[in-house]
Design a protein around this ligand. Structure first.
Ligand code: ATP
Ligand code: MG
Length: 473
């Protein structure tokens, strides 16, 4: 059934909440980027500062130790090196603990800390009386070594050297870095969560505005309802004023179109009478026929405008909903009385009590036009099927009206919705029904289509698809 004549569809496309054009996504990404940048900045500067201070302290401490060593050492006249008492820092006594000292005198055995169980320290750094330092390889890895030289009476130069493993300083910095990362990770998680909550709460009024606008679109509200923050409130109230104005203007325009059509009826009737009189007179027959034909077109247009004004007068009136279960049965019984030779039957599924966003008067008018056509052209039977159908964009209520009449060709279907289109001169009618049906469907964004029946040798299927609110975006 590929024949689907020109008719309307106005399903709003589904708008995903999470896409690149979403304010929520942009705000969230911006705040997360700022949090990441801030945390990285804090981490970088804190570790740099901490490393600088710790290194400074460490080196100061080593200088204190090497001076203390200088003070505690006694050189006997026979070249023996003695210590008055151990160094104040007990770590120099832990074997291979990373803290070492050594005092040496040219030509005599050196005196070493208890920690220095094997090897010896390089004394080259102790080459004059000022304290110098460098990094070299020591007994348990690279060491930071401090040293100086002092002259001892009668025995020569004494070399004082102190060394600590570089890894001790590196460990202190690494431990700090590890803890800092942990705390900054926690801080980032906290700030990230706050950011998400902040964006969600901050943009909630826009969600409410979206929902209010959806209610307005579906016809369940007359205006944008709800209270909004001061930034949005003026916009909402301006929109409400605009909506009221345009609703009023549309109502007035419809009323005036109806009134105009009405006021033209009587003069037109007089003109038609006059034209008929002229057409009977042989002298004015041609002019009379032309006048009659033009009057007929004018009457058709006026009838169409009046029907339209009546049918769509309530289009989009807020809060109007229809239930197919209430609208359809009385219509079918009325049609049954009108077309007595035709048997009407209805199949409705369970979900037919849904609130549809169409005024009941308009839905009745639309279905009555289709039912009347089916009744007029059916051979014996008209079948009405109502069912709910899920689609990619939501759910639809589908009403199908099938008859077993002659049907229409695809070419006729393509023209059937035009004003005055009639293909069967034997049957009474003005050719306005489908044009009005198309206008009603257009006003509510419904899909209306005719197609030859695929399940029977002849006959026509008229199908109306009504979006079900709540399921569609
Ligand atoms: N179910 C149908 N089976 C066969 N032909 C149809 C059917 N419905 C419509 N048509 C054809 O389409 C034409 C247009 O239909 P439409 O309802 O617009 O006008 P009408 O029924 O002739 O007049 P009106 O509805 O204004 O009284 C009809 O004249 C008829 O030829
Ligand atoms: Mg009709």
């Amino acid at each position: 059934m590929s024949h689907s004549p020109a008719c309307t569809t106005a399903h709003t496309p589904r708008r995903g909440r999470w896409n690149w054009r979403s304010l929520r996504v942009r705000l969230l990404l911006a705040s997360l980027a700022w949090i990441a940048l801030g945390i990285a900045g804090i981490w970088y500067s804190a570790t740099r500062l901490f490393a600088k201070h710790v290194e400074q302290n460490y080196h100061d401490e080593l200088q204190v130790h090497v001076r203390e060593l200088g003070r505690l050492v006694r050189i006997e006249p026979d070249g023996t090196i003695r210590l008055d008492r151990p160094l104040s820092d007990p770590r120099f006594a832990v074997p291979d603990g990373g803290f070492y000292w050594q005092v040496s005198l040219d030509g005599y055995p050196p005196l070493r800390s208890a920690s220095l169980t094997h090897g010896e320290l390089d004394t080259s750094i102790a080459h004059d009386s000022s304290i110098h330092h460098h990094v070299e390889s020591g007994p348990t890895g690279p060491t930071i070594t401090y040293g100086f030289v002092r002259k001892a009476k009668g025995v020569g130069d004494v070399h004082y050297v102190i060394a600590t493993d570089e890894r001790i300083l590196d460990d202190i910095i690494a431990r700090f870095d590890h803890e800092l990362r942990l705390w900054l990770g926690l801080l980032a998680a906290l700030l990230g969560t706050t950011g998400v909550v902040y964006v969600a709460v901050g943009l909630r009024p826009l969600d409410r505005l979206g929902a209010a606008s959806a209610r307005l679109r579906e016809g369940s509200a007359a205006r944008l309802e709800g209270t909004y923050p001061t930034e949005i409130a003026p916009l909402v109230s301006d929109l409400n004023v605009f909506i009221e104005h345009s609703q009023g203007a549309v109502e007035r325009a419809r009323l005036e179109a109806g009134n105009l059509a009405h006021s033209l009826r009587t003069p037109l009737a007089v003109m038609t009478d006059e034209a008929e009189r002229l057409s009977h007179d042989p002298a004015t027959q041609a002019a009379g026929a032309t006048l009659l034909e033009q009057s007929r077109i004018m009457v058709q247009q006026i009838e169409y405008q009046l029907a339209r004004a009546r049918a769509t007068a309530s289009a989009r009136r807020p809060g109007t909903v229809s239930r197919i279960g209430k609208v359809l049965p009385p219509l079918v019984s009325a049609m049954q009385r009108l077309h007595r030779d035709t048997a009407f039957s209805v199949a409705m599924s369970e979900q037919t009590d849904l609130a549809l966003p169409v005024d009941p008067v308009d839905l009745s008018e639309l279905l009555a036009i289709l039912l009347d056509n089916a009744g007029k052209w059916a051979a014996r039977k008209v079948f009405v099927a109502v069912e709910q159908r899920g689609t990619a964009t939501g759910s639809l209520l589908v009403v199908r009206i099938l008859d077993d009449g002659p049907g229409l060709t695809p070419e006729q279907i393509a023209q059937a919705f035009e004003i005055g289109s009639r293909f069967d001169p034997a049957m009474a009618g003005s050719g306005l029904g489908l044009a009005i049906a198309r206008d009603i469907a257009g006003a509510y964004g419904l899909d209306l289509a005719l197609s030859p029946r695929s399940d029977a040798p002849s006959g026509l299927e008229a199908r109306v698809e009504i979006p079900v609110p709540g399921d569609t975006d």
